[in-house]
Write a protein that binds this ligand. Structure first.
Ligand SMILES: [Zn+2]
Length: 252
């Protein structure tokens, strides 16, 4: 498989000869205001531009939207994606919202779905802890499997918790993509993985390669790649946790 990080949580997977686009967030640099009630109100979102042309990004076989926050499925993506492309949503509710945008082939991910010969299994997640979950809402991850490929688990916008532990135990992934950045509002704690969470994920799946994304593209993501890298180094996990740059492709 190839894993191409576009920016934030937007990724293209070439998996079993199919191309999947995850969480398309295609806005130009600075096109959106900062998230309200967060630090860095002087920064507009996204804080960096796209690493790849939109035409190249949307040239895929299917799209997966892990949840509907604007840094995972934005107006620009709705404008540019072909209306007939297959889009997997985390549940019926999200699928209905996406259909209302005019998309004709929207599929609600069941516990286990498939696309061509790739098995797609939905996993749970929690986009924060405690009271803030009411605001952040339902999120999911996804596991890709195929006899000729390594099993790939994309955790989505979740902290490290029992949902991630369950997914690792059930699917035994060899490659795990986590959304780091320690995104947060002024109150309520982190809503995406902290540096400690990334290490916990690696410790939970010691044989797996962890790929940390969702950094340095939004005003409220406070964990930088350098800070995460330093922490990973201190924990002696540099060979287990990879931190790709925007535009970088990793092969497994
Ligand atoms: Zn996010």
């Amino acid at each position: 498989m190839n894993i191409h990080l576009i920016r934030n949580a937007t990724l293209i997977f070439k998996y079993a000869d199919k191309k999947f686009l995850i969480d398309p967030f295609l806005s130009e640099k600075g096109a959106m205001p900062p998230f309200p009630n967060t630090a860095n109100q002087h920064l507009s979102n996204p804080t960096v531009g796209l690493s790849t042309s939109i035409n190249e990004i949307i040239d895929v076989d299917a799209v997966i939207v892990t949840h509907l926050h604007p840094d995972h499925f934005d107006e620009k993506a709705k404008d540019h994606l072909p209306k007939e492309i297959t889009i997997f949503a985390q549940n019926q509710e999200d699928a209905e919202v996406i259909k209302e945008e005019g998309f004709q082939n929207v599929v609600s991910l069941e516990k286990e779905s498939s696309f061509a010969n790739v098995t797609l299994s939905r996993t749970d997640g929690k986009h924060g802890e405690g009271k803030i979950l009411k605001q952040t809402g339902k999120v999911s991850g996804i596991v890709f499997s195929h006899p000729q490929e390594k099993t790939l688990y994309v955790a989505g916008d979740t902290l490290f918790n029992e949902d991630v532990q369950d997914a690792i135990e059930k699917h035994q992934p060899e490659v795990i993509v986590v959304n780091a950045g320690a995104a947060q509002f002024l109150e309520g704690g982190p809503i995406t993985m902290t540096k400690e969470n990334v290490v916990e994920t690696s410790q939970e799946a010691p044989e797996a390669t962890i790929i940390a994304v969702h950094m340095e593209s939004l005003n409220h993501c406070l964990l930088t790649r350098d800070e995460l890298k330093q922490f990973i180094k201190e924990k002696d996990l540099l060979n287990k946790v990879l931190i790709p740059d925007d535009g970088q492709t990793l092969s497994f």
